[in-house]
Design a protein around this ligand. Structure first.
Ligand code: AMP
Ligand code: GLY
Length: 429
């Protein structure tokens, strides 16, 4: 099977790495990929994965490439091409592609859409209102005593969510999004949620339009610095499983979220084939969905795919075909920890082109895999080329062992200005 993967981050390296292990994969491309992806080889025939220099949002050129090379399956990593309707474009040309279509991508691309859907179908979520004008939005913040979260409706590079502790802050947040238009048209509408206290976890479910298969739990670390301090980032590290839900509680949570989700999709004629990633707050009053994403998490994918036993080609194929009911997801009992090594300055400005050393030594450690994100090749060197540079991932018999193994690998890797959190998975221990 010829497979094209779209994207260039740590998530896509993990997808490529896992897909490449499948005996079904006989040729693979990644657009645009990164330096680590370009080193992966297929288990079936030893062929290298070929990186193709087309950006993940350049749908016309991706389509042209696919029409020429005829991949049997295209796998989409990031949210933007999904929101732009890449799946619909490919399908209209008769190309098989995995990921949500444009209508289903709305769960991520519009927070107003998701909030209204959750309320309509009884999915547990925060008390909330949706607004298209600043005045009523501010009045609603006041009813929450100003303790609220103001969210721009559209995609805003993960920055359109403002957490407020009092009325003045809430009014400023509404003005910033709706009046000053800090996030452009993404802020024409807002969702305002009550501020929820609790432990946040990431859930993932693979869907095929009828069946949703829940993954084990994982937890991301979104702030840049230890102790959940500093600025929000794309994610500085993950681990799986988490100790916050027992298997029975996870099954119950999945039932409360996924059953009404699938029912709602059926009612609204949304054919959800892809990955549903609810961000969930475990509150005293039970689990509540903060937001939906409609793709694999990054860096959640790195810990999930190192634990997954199934053939990923078969899983994604079943998700496209609508035959997930015939498949049982199997996970290694081992725990997985991923520590993100980022460029100095990230999530603000950062330099590029810093030489990375120690990658081979880290990868040689047992049960360890260094996933690349922002890396590039410069002559014989691998250099930094983005904010999040590497996702150093290790398995262990329990979280403590996996954490020790991941940090032992991090110690082997060096580049100028490297920054990483030293407390990934600490909350679980
Ligand atoms: P979102 O993009 O909607 O997931 O929001 C980004 C982050 O803001 C989440 O990962 C949470 O840490 C935080 N957040 C979002 N909504 C709420 C809420 N209602 N209460 C508390 N924290 C929230
Ligand atoms: N782990 C954060 C994200 O993928 O959005």
């Amino acid at each position: 099977m010829k497979i094209l993967v779209i994207g260039s981050g740590g998530r896509e390296h993990a997808l490529v790495w896992k897909l490449a292990q499948s005996p079904h994969a006989t040729q693979m491309w990644c657009a645009p990929g990164n330096a680590g992806i370009a080193q992966e080889r297929l288990a079936s025939n030893g062929a290298l994965v070929e990186c193709v220099n087309i950006g993940a949002e350049n749908i016309p050129q991706l389509l042209m490439f696919a029409l020429e090379q005829k991949p049997d399956l295209t796998v989409v990593g990031p949210d933007n091409p999904l929101a732009l309707g890449i799946v619909d474009w490919f399908q209209r040309q008769g190309l098989r592609i995995w990921g949500v279509n444009e209508k289903a991508a709305q769960f991520e691309s519009s927070k107003v859409f998701s909030q209204k859907f959750m309320e309509k179908y009884g999915i547990p979520t925060a008390a909330a209102g949706t607004f298209s004008e600043a005045g009523p939005a501010k009045a609603f913040c006041a009813t929450l005593g100003g303790k609220c979260v103001v969210k721009a409706d559209g995609l805003a590079l993960g920055k359109g969510v403002l957490i407020c502790t009092n009325r003045a802050e809430a009014e400023k947040a509404v003005d910033e999004i709706m009046v000053s238009k800090a996030f452009g048209s993404a802020g024409a509408n807002v969702v305002i949620q009550e501020f929820l206290e609790g432990t946040e976890v990431s859930l993932h479910a693979l869907c095929d339009g009828k069946t949703a298969k829940i993954f084990p739990t994982s937890q991301d670390h979104k702030r840049a610095l230890d102790g959940d301090l500093g600025l929000n980032t794309g994610g500085m590290g993950t681990y799986s499983p988490t100790p916050f839900l027992t298997d029975a509680q996870l099954a119950d949570t999945a039932r409360k979220i996924l059953d009404p989700f699938m029912r709602g999709c059926h009612e609204e004629k949304i054919d959800f084939r892809g990955l549903l990633y609810p961000g969930v707050m475990l509150t005293k009053a039970g689990p509540k969905v903060l937001e939906f994403n409609a793709r694999f998490g990054d860096p959640e994918t790195q810990v999930y795919l190192t634990r997954l036993e199934n053939d990923l080609v078969e899983l994604l194929d079943a998700s496209v075909n609508g035959t997930l009911d015939k498949i049982e997801l199997k996970w290694k009992p081992a725990a997985s920890v991923c520590v993100v090594m980022a460029s100095g300055g990230y999530p603000g400005n950062y330099p590029k082109g810093k030489i990375i050393t120690g990658l081979d030594a880290a990868n040689a450690l047992p049960h360890t895999k260094v996933f690349h994100a922002g890396t590039a090749k410069n002559g014989n060197e691998i250099v930094t080329n983005g904010g999040r540079v590497l996702g150093v991932t290790a398995l262990g018999q329990d979280l403590k062992a996996a954490q020790a193994a991941a940090y032992a690998a991090v110690e082997k890797i060096h580049f100028d200005g490297a920054q990483f959190r030293r407390d990934i998975a600490a909350k679980a221990l």
